[in-house]
Design a protein around this ligand. Structure first.
Ligand SMILES: [Zn+2]
Length: 530
C-alpha cells in the first residue's frame, strides 16, 4: 500500500504575486480548469472578500474535482469573530476549503500583529472552529514557520498544534522568506511530525536559495504529506516551489514513486510539458528552454560522441524518459556534430537518407558554414529542418516574395502628439498570381510580418492558425563585422511550436529570413501542395 501525497496548487494566489503577472477573471477560470483536468488535489483561488476579482471568481459557478480553496487571514487580534469583516467574507465564499494564514513566529506576533502570543493562539483556534462550523475543510498556513521555529521552537509548535487540535485538516509549514536549507527543513519537519501526524502536515516553500523543490522533497522525507507550489514556480521574488519539477520527481524517481502515490496518472503526466507551456502562453512569456523535465533543452544533447551513444541506448544519458513528461529527445545539429548526430536527427524528422549519401556531407558543410556566419541551428529546429529538406531537394517553391518595402515614419498626429508609424508593402508571386499586401504594425518587423501573412493566395488557409510567440534579437561578431541574429518562435493551432533563424547585417533582412522560414515550415508541415 502506497501512502498518498496531496498536491496543493497556489498559482492563482501566491503565483499571482509574480512581478508582471496580472490574472484576469477569465484567466483564473481557465487556469483552474486546466489544473483540475491535470489532477491536482487543491486549487487555491485567491482572497475572496479582499480582492474584487477573487470575490467574483468564488461566486462563479464551477465544476471541479479539486478542492477549490479560499485564502485569508485568521481573526484579527482583539476582535470577535462576528466583528471581523475579513473572516465573514471568507466564510461566505463558495469554497470547499479555507486556508488561513497565521503568524507562527513570536517576533512577528509582537511586532507585526502587536498582540500577545496567547491572543494569536486564540485567533487561530477561533478561526479554525468557525470555518469548520461552516462545513469547510480547514488548512492553516503557519507563516515564517521555520524562522519562527529557530527563534522559539515552543511557540512555533504551539501555533501548529493549536490549528491541529482545533481540527484543521492540514497544518502547513511555510518557509515564507525562502531562506531555509533542505537539511534544516528535514530536521524541523521531523521534529514537528513527532507532535502532529505527518498526514496532517503540509510544506509551502519559496525559492530564494533556489531550493524550494529540494525543501519540499526534504519535508516529504521527514513526514509531510501535502506539498504546496505553483506551475512553473511562479511567485513573488524568486518564486514558489515549482510543481512542474516536483510532480515528475515524485512520479519517476524510485525513492518517492515506490512509497507514494499522487492524484496524477501516468497518462496525465504526459501533459506536463503542455501544461507548463500553456501557462507561459497565457502570460505571454517565452517558455524557459532550460526548465527541468519540460524545457526544449531538457533532453537536448550536442556533442557527437554522446549523440551516437544516445541513439543506441538513451538511458545512458537521460535521467528519465522524455516521453513520460510529454517532452522529447533532441540531438542538436551544430558545427560540433558529427554524421551520426545528423543522421539521427534526420531520421527523427522523417527524412530517409542513406549513410553514404554524398548530400549528407554537403549538408554538414552547409551547417558548419552557416553557423560560422551566425546561424544557430541548435536553437532553430525548424530552420534546420528546412535547410536539410532543401539540401536533399524536397521543399517546393510555394511562393516568391518579389519585393518588399518597409517604411518607418515619425510625425505629429492629428492631436499634435509625436508618433512613430511603421508600414510594410509586400509583393508576392503565388503561381501565376501576383499579390500585393500592405499593413501597419507596432514596428517595422511587425508590419512586415502582417503584410507577408495577409494574403498568400491559395496557401492562406494553411497559415491562418500561425502565430508568432517570441522574437529575440542578438548582435553578434561574426568574422570582421557585426551582424544581427533573429530567432522567431512560432506556434500553430495544434499547439506545435518551432523556432526559425535569420542572420544579416540588417535587422529587417534577418527578421524577414526567419519569418519566411516560419511560414514555409508551416506549409511543409501542413502538407500544402506545391
Ligand atoms: Zn507563499
Amino acid at each position: 500500500m502506497k501512502e498518498r501525497l496531496y498536491l496543493f496548487d497556489t498559482t492563482l494566489r501566491d503565483g499571482a504575486q509574480t512581478n508582471g503577472v496580472d490574472f484576469t477573471l477569465a484567466d483564473k477560470v481557465a487556469i483552474a480548469q486546466m489544473l483540475d483536468a491535470f489532477g491536482l488535489d487543491y486549487i487555491e483561488g485567491g482572497y475572496p472578500g479582499a480582492n474584487p476579482t477573487d470575490t467574483q471568481l468564488f461566486s462563479e459557478p464551477r465544476k471541479l474535482d479539486a478542492r477549490f480553496t479560499a485564502f485569508g487571514m485568521t481573526r484579527r487580534p482583539g476582535r470577535s469573530l462576528s466583528n471581523d469583516p475579513g473572516i465573514a467574507a471568507l466564510l461566505e465564499a463558495e469554497a470547499d476549503a479555507i486556508c488561513f494564514v497565521a503568524k507562527a513566529w513570536d517576533y512577528h506576533v509582537r511586532v507585526a500583529l502587536e498582540t500577545t502570543p496567547e491572543e494569536n493562539l486564540a485567533s487561530i483556534r477561533d478561526s479554525v472552529r468557525a470555518a469548520k462550523a461552516r462545513g469547510r475543510e480547514v488548512l492553516v498556513d503557519c507563516e515564517h514557520f521555520f524562522d519562527g521555529y529557530k527563534a522559539s521552537a515552543d511557540y512555533a509548535l504551539a501555533c501548529a498544534r493549536a490549528a491541529y487540535e482545533e481540527g484543521a485538516r492540514w497544518v502547513v509549514l511555510c518557509d515564507t522568506n525562502g531562506g531555509t536549507l533542505p537539511h534544516e527543513v528535514e530536521a524541523i519537519v521531523g521534529e514537528v511530525a513527532k507532535k502532529i501526524p505527518g498526514d496532517h502536515i503540509g510544506i509551502h516553500a519559496h525559492n530564494d536559495t533556489e531550493q524550494a523543490v529540494a525543501n519540499s522533497l526534504a519535508a516529504v522525507r521527514a513526514g509531510a504529506r501535502q506539498i504546496q507550489g505553483t506551475i512553473n514556480g511562479l511567485g513573488e521574488r524568486c518564486g514558489n516551489a515549482n510543481l512542474v519539477s516536483i510532480i515528475p520527481t515524485l512520479k519517476l524517481k524510485p525513492e518517492f514513486a515506490e512509497k507514494f502515490e499522487i492524484g496524477i496518472s501516468d497518462a496525465k503526466l504526459k501533459n506536463l510539458a503542455h501544461l507548463s507551456h500553456t501557462l507561459d502562453e497565457m502570460l505571454n512569456r517565452a517558455p524557459d528552454r532550460h526548465a527541468p523535465y519540460v524545457g526544449i533543452s531538457a533532453f537536448a544533447t550536442k556533442a557527437g560522441i554522446h549523440a551516437s551513444a544516445i541513439v543506441k541506448e538513451p538511458a545512458t544519458y537521460e535521467h528519465v524518459d522524455p516521453e513520460t513528461v510529454g517532452n522529447r529527445r533532441r540531438l542538436l545539429v551544430s558545427d560540433q556534430s558529427g554524421r551520426s548526430n545528423l543522421l539521427a536527427e534526420l531520421e527523427r524528422i522523417g527524412i530517409a537518407v542513406e549513410k553514404e549519401d554524398p548530400r549528407l556531407v554537403r549538408l554538414l558543410d552547409e551547417v558548419k558554414e552557416r553557423e560560422a556566419l551566425g546561424y544557430a541551428y541548435e536553437a532553430a529546429d525548424a530552420s534546420f529542418e528546412l535547410l536539410a529538406r532543401r539540401t536533399l531537394g524536397a521543399v517546393p517553391d510555394y511562393f516568391n516574395v518579389e519585393r518588399f518595402d518597409v517604411n518607418v515614419e515619425q510625425r505629429y498626429n492629428a492631436v499634435g502628439k509625436r508618433v512613430t508609424v511603421s508600414m510594410a508593402v509586400v509583393k508576392v508571386k503565388v503561381g501565376n498570381e501576383t499579390l500585393i499586401s500592405a499593413a501597419e504594425g507596432d514596428g517595422p518587423v511587425h508590419a512586415l510580418d502582417l503584410a507577408l501573412r495577409k494574403d498568400l493566395g491559395k496557401y492562406q488557409q494553411y497559415i491562418e492558425g500561425l502565430d508568432l510567440t517570441d522574437y529575440r534579437v542578438r548582435i553578434l561578431n561574426a568574422g570582421t563585422e557585426a551582424v544581427t541574429r533573429v530567432l522567431i518562435e512560432s506556434q500553430d493551432e495544434t499547439g506545435e511550436r518551432w523556432t526559425t533563424v535569420g542572420v544579416s547585417s540588417n535587422i529587417i533582412d534577418a527578421s524577414f529570413q526567419a519569418l519566411m522560414d516560419s511560414i514555409v515550415y508551416k506549409l511543409v508541415r501542413s502538407g500544402a501542395p506545391a
